[in-house]
Write a new protein. Structure first.
Length: 749
């Protein structure tokens, strides 16, 4: 099996494990059978077992910390063999207060063959776990009598008022007689000797008045034993006849030395006396392995109940390792496959299914580009099916267009449609059409449906990168920087790498795709324009429009774009203020287009005194745009969201020099000082370039001739032929050699 295939198997297996672990985490938290009020049931069991008994045994454990390796697998079997009557946790039974930790603890404690009760400790309260403890077990402080003894549990985490607990404890102790009394609390009273490692000041009871009152009450009422945990140590000392025990070795992190080790306490009550024995779990005390074992148990204890977290970390690291491996060691060939012969597929009609998120009558660069490509391909003898959103005013009978119902609409005029990609219509019509190739014009939604259909039909998919998606962050209900800097590029890369080929209009756009990680072969093919329509404009229509707009001897600037934020139209108004100051030649600006910012721009022009030189006639039908271009002397543009700027080519084909803000879609189209000027996003520079063209008729005519020559090279037929060649290459690359040979033989015959 090839190494790459094995790597893919490991990769998808790893993803499957991650999915299972995540599902298991969700299952633990939301679907496993709930449990609540455990303590009342356990206390009743203890009282029933010790009813009338004056001799019994119980075990005290501390710092279980959800331990599987030590507590569940080592200490619980020892407790079950010891035949103690019940078990008390002195605190920190969970590693943290999360719901999954409580559920894991309940499963662990269910392995005990005797009842149990828990002291409320710091870990139980952590991560908002206090309410979970209350729900699953009961109050934070409580007491009960069993046999001839009384067991009192305190909350030393600060969750409950210390003054209230003291009041309650005084009454509890006052009611006791000569029977043994045992007190349980998570935090030790004072620092144990030797100032041990792995211990912080807040591991001890940090309320001096509460601590002193507890010691006094324990002395006055002859408490038989005070048990606490919270430290990874075993410690015993006696004060005024009261025994104080610190037991913190039931499963959490220990140092594995003379003071810090795994253990539990066994308490024997006989009449009015109590004896305590420490049972040590002997693990790896051989001096030669002491350090290694300490390290191992440190690692092991970190992942006792967190083995899921451990596996998640390992899985994530594996993903990173595989990704790095593919980046470093897997070779990529970005060149086209020269062993592919597209000629057999160039000589026969092709059937092309195009998937787009917008189309005519919606006016925009992408719909116009798709329509021109459709007409160009049909002129070459190909069949085209366009799958696009359904609009309110689209034609009822449109040959070759399937209108998909919309789920929702948005935008100022509800012009953007999110189609129902789950509707059966596009799938049914695509299968009926039987395409040779799927052509996708957007990286999401209909684009995903296009990829899905191409894979189902086992035909190639082609993607045209039309738009710099990051400039449309204001339309997306996500944080702007997140969409601009991450999601937009990921969406483009994701879909492009699923396709067999990508068409881009300029070489700078190809550079961008390679930088973001697109590995698919790329075909550079500038978008076509309808040159004949531009050339054959009736001069009378131009004259009538000039009269209608009352244009006199002033020079005319024209700009064509959507009037929206991503088109940078505010920059043009900023620059016009500078141009008014710099230029002594009268001028007017015709800003063609519609959009959600049109009314605001109109109001801004009025407020800033630009109303007499700025006209916003609104949306112009694509076939009428050349008439407006013929009115103008200079074409101006400020958008930075284009991958090419088709309107710039149209303006050049109409014989207009162009002044535009330098960007990826502009750089390959304008040759600075030849067919126009490209400037930085600086109103002074932009206005100076426009002023030069308005002032210098000879310069303007020279650059207009160069613009006309450049624009005339980008007709619809050249565009369609170039795209068709890319289709043929992708289809041939998908075909077995024998199929291509059969096609070639038929062609010769």
């Amino acid at each position: 099996m090839p190494a790459r295939k094995r790597l893919k198997i490991i990769f998808y297996l790893n993803l499957a494990i991650l999915g299972l672990l995540i599902f298991y985490k969700i299952y633990l938290n939301f679907f496993e059978q709930d449990f609540e009020s455990v303590h009342p049931v356990q206390v009743e069991r203890i009282q029933s077992l010790l009813d009338g008994e004056e001799q019994f045994r119980f075990a005290v454990v501390g710092n279980i910390n959800n331990s599987i390796g030590i507590f569940e697998r080592k200490i619980i079997p020892m407790l079950n063999r010891a035949n103690v009557d019940f078990v008390v946790s002195a605190g920190n039974a969970v590693s943290a207060g999360g719901e999954d930790k409580y559920r894991a603890l309940e499963r662990t404690l269910s392995r005990l063959e005797m009842p149990y009760v828990l002291t409320f400790g710091r870990n139980e309260a952590g991560n908002f776990g206090a309410f979970r403890y209350y729900k699953h077990f009961g109050p934070y402080f409580f007491s009960f009598a069993a046999g001839n003894s009384r067991f009192i549990f305190l909350d030393t985490t600060g969750t409950t008022s210390y003054s209230w607990q003291l009041h309650w404890l005084k009454e509890e102790l006052a009611a006791t007689g000569s029977e043994p009394v045992f007190l349980f609390m998570s935090h030790p009273f004072e620092h144990v000797p030797k100032n041990p490692l792995l211990v912080r000041d807040d591991d001890y009871l940090d309320a001096p008045e509460f601590r002193d009152a507890l010691v006094s009450l324990a002395d006055n009422h002859d408490v038989d034993g005070v048990f606490s945990a919270n430290l990874p140590y075993f410690h015993h000392e006696q004060r005024n006849g009261v025994d104080y025990y610190v037991t913190g070795g039931a499963g959490g992190l220990v140092l594995n030395n003379e003071d810090s080790f795994y253990h539990f306490l066994e308490v024997t009550v006989s009449g009015d006396t109590a004896g305590v024995v420490m049972n040590r779990l002997e693990i790896g005390q051989h001096p030669a392995f002491k350090t290694l074992e300490s390290f191992w148990f440190f690692i092991h204890s970190l992942f006792y109940v967190g083995y899921l977290n451990f596996l998640l970390i390992i899985s994530a690291l594996l993903l990173v390792a595989i990704k790095l491996y593919t980046l470093i060691f897997v070779e990529r060939d970005y060149y086209r496959r020269f062993d592919v012969d597209p000629d057999p597929f160039l000589d026969r009609p092709l059937r092309v299914a195009m998937f787009t998120n917008n189309y005519l009558p919606f006016i925009g660069g992408v719909p116009i580009s798709i329509d021109r490509l459709r007409r160009g391909l049909q002129a070459l003898g190909d069949s085209v099916l366009i799958l696009a959103p359904r609009y309110r005013h689209h034609g009822e009978h449109e040959p070759g267009v399937v209108r998909v119902p919309a789920l929702l609409s948005f935008g100022e005029k509800r012009e953007f449609r999110m189609v129902n990609v789950f509707h059966g219509l596009p799938r049914r019509e695509t299968r009926r059409f039987r395409p040779d190739i799927v052509h996708i014009h957007h990286p999401i939604w209909m684009g995903d449906l296009g990829v899905f259909m191409a894979r189902r039909l086992r035909i190639p998919a082609m993607f045209t990168y039309h738009t710099r998606l990051e400039h449309y962050a204001h339309f997306v209900p996500l944080p702007g920087p997140l969409f601009r800097n991450l999601i937009s590029h990921w969406l483009i890369r994701r879909l492009a790498n699923k396709c067999d080929g990508v068409i881009v209009p300029t070489y700078s756009t190809e550079d961008y795709l390679r930088v973001i990680g697109v590995k698919t072969q790329i075909f550079v093919q500038p978008t076509g324009i309808d040159i004949e329509c531009i050339r054959n404009i009736d001069p009378e229509r131009v004259r009538q429009l000039r009269e209608q707009l009352a244009i006199g001897h002033e020079k005319v600037l024209v700009s064509v774009s959507r009037i929206s934020r991503e088109k940078n139209v505010d920059f043009i108004l900023d620059a016009l203020h500078v141009l008014k100051r710099k230029s002594h030649v009268p001028f007017r600006l015709l800003m063609l287009g519609d959009g959600d910012e049109r009314q605001r721009i109109r109001q801004r022009a009025k407020e800033e005194g630009l109303e007499d030189i700025v006209s916003l006639p609104g949306a112009i039908p694509p076939d009428d745009v050349p008439v407006w271009l013929k009115l103008a002397d200079v074409f101006v543009f400020a958008s930075k969201s284009e991958t090419q700027g088709m309107v710039i080519l149209e303006a050049m084909a109409a014989g207009l020099p162009v002044v535009a803000v330098r960007s990826s879609g502009i750089d390959d189209v304008i040759t600075n000082g030849v067919n126009g000027f490209k400037t930085g996003e600086n109103p002074e520079q932009w206005a100076s370039s426009v002023a030069d063209l308005l002032r210098d008729d000879a310069l303007r005519k020279k650059m207009a001739a160069s613009a006309l020559d450049f624009g005339s090279r980008h007709g619809v037929q050249q565009f369609a032929s170039g795209v068709r060649a890319a289709y043929a290459h992708c289809i041939a690359a998908r075909q077995p050699a024998k199929v291509a040979g059969q096609v070639a033989r038929k062609r010769i015959a």
